[in-house]
Design a protein around this ligand. Sequence first.
Ligand code: GLU
Length: 500
Amino acid sequence: MSTDPAAVRVRFAPSPTGFLHIGGARTALYNYLYAKKNGGVFILRIEDTDKDRSSLDSFLESITESLNWLGTTPDEGPVVTPREPGVIKDKGGFGPYLQSARQEKGIYKEALDRLVPSGGIYKCYCTPEDLKQRREEAVSKGLEPGYDGRCRDLTQKEKEEFESRGIKYAWRIKTPDEGVLSFDDMIRGKIEVEARMVSDFVIMKSDGMPTYNFACAVDDHLMKISHVIRGDDHISNTHKQMLIYGAMGVPAPEYAHLPQVHGTDGKKLSKRTGAVSVEEYRDMGYLPGALRNYLALIGWSTEDSQQIFKEDELVKKFDLSRCNTSSGIFDPQKLDWMNGKYIREEDPRNLAKMAFRWLNEAGLIDDTDNIPRVIDAIKLEQEKIESLKGIPELIDFLVKDDIKYDEKSVEKRLKKDGVKKVLEDVVGIFEKAPDFTVPGLEEAVRQYVEKEGLGAGRVFHPVRVAVSGRMKGPGLFEMLEFLGREKVLGRMKYAIDHLT
Ligand code: GLU
């Protein structure tokens, strides 16, 4: 495996929370697009140092599945295969890609050991209770609640004294007391904070676990990450991570902080305003291309506000410098609109493939290989499809032999005076029709309507309900041709005998 680093190496670094959140998916997508646009590498790293290992496998499986489904498969990262449960392999030459495995390998301990001689870090013996008490005191006096530097300049004797009492120590990094901490963000430009606002912070806890900031900086450095693209809730962490790079004496990556994704209520995206995970959208029958296209536009746009991006167009046009600095809104209605657009444009064969699980569940795929027929039925209903999941309901009467008659439709269209005769007449017309195709059928039925002096609806509506069991569907004559003479006559005769 080559360890020759590509110029652009970006990573998506979720903590295992159970599923891929919409906000996380947007971050992953921007990283992916940035990597692909620049011929770079997209890496998945799992930040699980403070997480219980037991749920890791299922998290990894679900996040991998979601990233694959969205078309943002990482080039490097941890891989699980269903054939070998519990076995996590590395794809790529910069592993392990799980922070828990990196911790086990002693990577953070080694990085810490390299920092000790610099004098830029120190042991802190303050217990959580001490810290809490001092923080509360500071706040009550109107002072900054950050660490007060108590252990910064302990003498050797003082340290020995703490240790003889069995007090464990954490490691803190010394932060400057004055001046400003600053970095250039690719989206927001210069971001500054007064150094005194960042007090000495812990990089290694007393239990030997690295803090998020330390593990993240060490890993970004060792994985040769060139650009860190993440949510703007991490801006204050970036200042801290820059200090860690400074202490390590290595250059920091470039940073781009993305604005948050909010719900239509302007608040943090939450269950209250709709689904929040990629899995949920997949299970509701959205097209991955539509969700991906929609996510790309939350917080980014082209100069001409292009809405729909075909195939590789997103990769070509994506531009970090055109990202917004204010939060983006996730609007399910707009996603629905986009999903509809994608469905109309999609090849019916692909729609059938993507909807396979639902078609199968609904018993629409049988073992006589009726898939071409299913595809043709999808084509007929394509204008009306709102989601992949909704396809079976729209096409079942076209594909199955038996249909269910919707009670309301029967009541409204069949249980009416005169309907029986109309249906009987139309049966006669259909029996005689020389060929069972749209133009001939349409002409014959329209002639009948005229001859009888009836409104078209008086004939079309009952015929539709008699052959489909419902009031909505594709064009009447297209539907009749699709079903064929035998099925149409069988259903009409049944309706005449039992439903009028
Ligand atoms: N693990 C962090 C999170 O899930 C991401 C950190 C990062 O991207 O640096 O928020």
